[in-house]
Design a protein around this ligand. Structure first.
Ligand code: HEC
Length: 198
């Protein structure tokens, strides 16, 4: 009986999803594109499925190279929403709505003092588990005071991450990007795929 109920429930749920998919509202269309959306309070959520977006790079600032106290001792896995990536490849500019997610990924336990470890491929640093999310979203009207980008932090810890976040104050994020980033607030030179013409 329970089984049947479960089955019925899943048919019902997929029916609802199907109906919704046939007549998408504009909010749903935004979601399908993957870019971040905002509620009335200006808060946003982590875009669903971002780990399947174009993966543009993985900077690494391990403890072993930062006196044992790196601010972000993990790999920084950086993703960009697919639509903005395609537009960037055409125009060389980040369009409105560009959403860049940086997920921190802890390293496997090291064999050496610098945190590195032996693997069949050689001695190095290897990814272990997810440990936090930072995100930036381009919306030149909404974030005119921070060079057109909003910055969000969903926690620096293992999942589950915060469900929503409000824009971080300028001095927490935007100021450093404004002072140091290569182009339009993004550290573009660190992502070879963004530097390729085609
Ligand atoms: C002290 C400088 C500094 C501060 C403060 C800072 N960032 Fe960054 N951020 C960087 C650098 C450098 C990179 C690229 C290299 C890396 O990830 O180590 C980066 C990369 C990023 C990226 C990937 C896209 C890119 O521009 O390379 C995102 C997203 C991001 N930061 C969000 C944030 C958020 C959100 C905050 C605040 C909670 C923040 N950052 C605070 C320096 C900073």
């Amino acid at each position: 009986m329970m089984r049947r109920f479960k089955y019925l429930k899943s048919v019902l749920v997929s029916g609802v999803v199907l109906t919704a998919a046939c007549s998408p509202t504009s909010a749903q269309m935004m979601k399908e594109e993957g870019r971040a959306t905002f509620n009335a309070q200006g808060e946003t959520t982590i875009p669903e499925g971002f780990r399947l977006w174009p993966f543009i790079g993985a900077p690494l600032t391990p403890n072993g190279l930062n006196g044992g106290e790196a601010g972000f001792p993990e790999f920084h896995h950086v993703y960009i929403d697919p639509k903005s990536f395609a537009e960037y490849r055409k125009t060389g500019k980040f369009p409105e709505g560009t959403t860049i997610v940086k997920e921190l990924v802890l390293l496997q336990k090291g064999d050496y003092e610098d945190g590195s470890k032996d693997a069949p491929s050689g001695r190095g640093f290897f990814a272990f588990s997810f440990n936090g999310i930072d995100m930036m979203v381009k919306d030149t009207k909404r974030f005119s005071e921070t060079q057109g980008w909003g910055f969000f932090n969903f926690g620096h810890h293992a999942p589950p991450y915060a469900k929503k976040a409000a824009a971080a104050p300028a001095d927490a994020c935007a100021a450093c990007h404004e002072a140091n980033a290569d182009e339009d607030m993004v550290f573009k030179s660190m992502y070879p795929i963004l530097n390729q013409k085609k």
